[in-house]
Design a protein around this ligand. Structure first.
Ligand SMILES: Cc1cc2nc3c(=O)[nH]c(=O)nc-3n(C[C@H](O)[C@H](O)[C@H](O)COP(=O)(O)OP(=O)(O)OC[C@H]3O[C@@H](n4cnc5c(N)ncnc54)[C@H](O)[C@@H]3O)c2cc1C
Length: 504
């Protein structure tokens, strides 16, 4: 029976795992070991809706405490500077697949060159508003939203919250692991008997969570679980990161994803800082040229405050091996084009903590096999969705983008593309085509296909009467959005006396 858990790693993944386990299975002893010398990756700033749901709905964290200490701003979705349109929006609401009153087909069908937004959320984004306004002047926080977070502040809040729950947090440098047969999952497998620290001491546990980031000390180094690269679908492998102190720029309630010569760049909005990062392919450009392009297009970034991060997209063959469960970058990584990492970590942590609760700390082999199947599928779903971003972006005609259009392996997205090429923005078979468990769902694919103007031969024009009804909806969304509240106004409101109305 699992009673003692050691989490190796004190980045977002390690602390999220420790907090989930201690909150849901308080009988467990949970220790976090992390090396201050190695530090945390220090990036990871946009989330999906899965992250606030994890914090507030699953863990029951007090909103007031989180807002006060982690200082998030809100993200309603992504504004893509991508494909032939000037821009398009992908939100966390269901907008492209919604059938609006007076119309016979999903909204995506009517998204012509005159339309900038297709629902209230994208209209709010287009008007730099975060939320509609309540009659009493407070923001309607119930809109589906995610966060922009500064990684160091997030990790600081997670660290404090873990300690408050009774997790012990210790500085330690792990130099190796003793491996051997274990029976944690009801069958004999190779696992980790103990961690070896640089002072020669050993740390034993019933279960180890490997949250050691790209080093993947346990799953990768000790247990040699194979890493399956996504290289055929995703060609970028580096990012150069920079940013600047906000002056009078409006705080946008969304992330920007902008097409660049050899990849793409994010823009993430914090209250006092704007974070930029250029994700590129080292086969098409080098670090100096990528840095030069980022600085040329963003002259406010101080040239001496950039750094390069290298990565390889992919995942381990299994998340759970013997008595080691991987969480975060130690298991898998894809670039943040949909800012999925913290959301995936949240799902990994929920499943791990629920497994402890439901099995009373005695997981069986079938459960563990399905655990692995579920989590690896989640990574493959992300690869497939990102591939559909790269394969159809016609914005630039550089060698990198030509290569993406010619050579991207759509993998699991191929059938969804075939469906769209035949049927366009139709939701007829969405439940069969894309399972419920897919984080992006049909809405996500519709947003990317309609947004990038993916052609389908049987394209039909809506009747003029329908277009008239559509234009009325678009105008109504805009009117409501114009009366909404911006990010800073909403922050002032929730940190003021109105806060009690919206949060515990
Ligand atoms: C360029 C880039 C942009 C990103 N953008 C986003 C984004 O917008 N949204 C998003 O959700 N995610 C993003 N991510 C991913 C995100 O940063 C991570 O997935 C997330 O922060 C989790 O990191 P981690 O905890 O797995 O690893 P880390 O933060 O690297 O933490 C690893 C921990 O393990 C410890 N450790 C490692 N080895 C040892 C050892 N031998 N002994 C002791 N301790 C050890 C370290 O000290 C550290 O505490 C981005 C990543 C990159 C590279």
């Amino acid at each position: 029976m699992i009673k003692n858990v050691v989490v190796l790693g004190g980045g977002s993944a390690g602390f999220m795992a420790a907090i989930s386990l201690k909150t849901k299975a308080p009988w467990l002893t949970v220790r976090v070991l992390r090396s201050q010398d190695i530090g945390v990756i220090g990036v990871g700033e946009g989330t999906t809706v899965a992250f606030p749901r994890f914090l507030f709905d699953y863990l029951g964290v007090a909103r007031r405490d989180f807002y006060a200490r982690a200082e998030p701003t809100w993200k309603l979705g992504i504004r893509f500077l991508w494909g032939p349109r000037r821009e398009f929006y992908y939100t966390f609401a269901k907008e492209y697949e919604a059938v609006l009153p007076g119309l016979s087909r999903p909204a995506g069908f009517y998204h012509d060159h005159e339309t900038q937004w297709v629902g209230l959320t994208s209209a709010l984004m287009a008007h730099d508003k975060a939320f509609p306004r309540n009659p009493d002047g407070s923001p309607q926080l119930a809109m589906p939203h995610a966060f922009h977070l500064e990684n160091q502040k997030l990790v600081g809040w997670l660290d404090g919250h873990a300690r408050r729950l009774g997790v012990s947090v210790e500085d330690a440098n792990v130099t190796g692991a003793e491996t051997g047969p274990v029976h944690t999952t009801g069958r004999e497998e190779r696992g980790v008997r103990a961690l070896v620290l640089d002072d020669g001491s050993r740390v034993a546990a019933d279960l180890f969570v490997d949250a050691s980031g790209f080093r993947s000390e346990l799953l990768g180094r000790a247990l040699e679980e194979p890493y399956l690269g996504f290289d055929k679908s995703l060609f970028c492998d580096r990012a150069v990161i920079g940013g600047w102190e906000r002056a009078d720029e409006v705080v946008r309630p969304y992330t920007i994803a902008e097409t660049m010569d050899h990849g793409w760049a994010w823009q993430i909005e914090h209250a006092h800082f704007i974070n930029r990062g250029y994700v590129y392919s080292s086969a098409h450009t080098d670090d100096d040229a990528a840095r030069e392009e980022l600085l040329r297009k963003n002259p406010k970034i101080p040239a001496d405050r950039t750094r390069v991060v290298r990565y390889r997209s992919g995942r381990r063959a299994r998340n759970w091996v013997g008595n080691v469960v991987g969480v975060g970058n130690s298991v898998g990584f894809v670039e943040p084009l949909e800012a999925t990492a913290l959301g995936v970590i949240a799902l990994e942590c929920i499943m791990l903590a629920d497994t402890m609760v439901e099995t009373g700390g005695q997981p069986g082999p079938v459960l563990v096999d399905l655990y692995n199947q579920h989590n690896t599928q989640a990574w493959d779903d992300i690869r497939d969705f990102l591939a559909a971003h790269y394969a159809f972006n016609t914005r630039l005609d550089t060698p990198f983008w030509r290569h993406c259009r010619d050579a991207t392996d759509l993998a699991g997205a191929a059938r969804i593309v075939d469906w769209y090429r035949e049927n366009g923005p139709s939701t007829l078979v969405k439940g069969i085509l894309i399972p419920e468990s897919n984080s992006f769902g049909f809405e996500g694919y519709l947003a990317m296909f309609v947004g990038q103007k993916l052609q389908y031969p049987r394209e039909r024009k809506p009747a003029p009467k329908e277009m008239q009804a559509w234009r009325q909806h678009v105008a109504a969304f805009a009117e409501k959005a114009r009366g909404g509240m911006g990010v800073m106004e909403s922050l002032r409101s929730i940190h003021g006396p109105g806060w009690g109305k919206v949060a515990r």
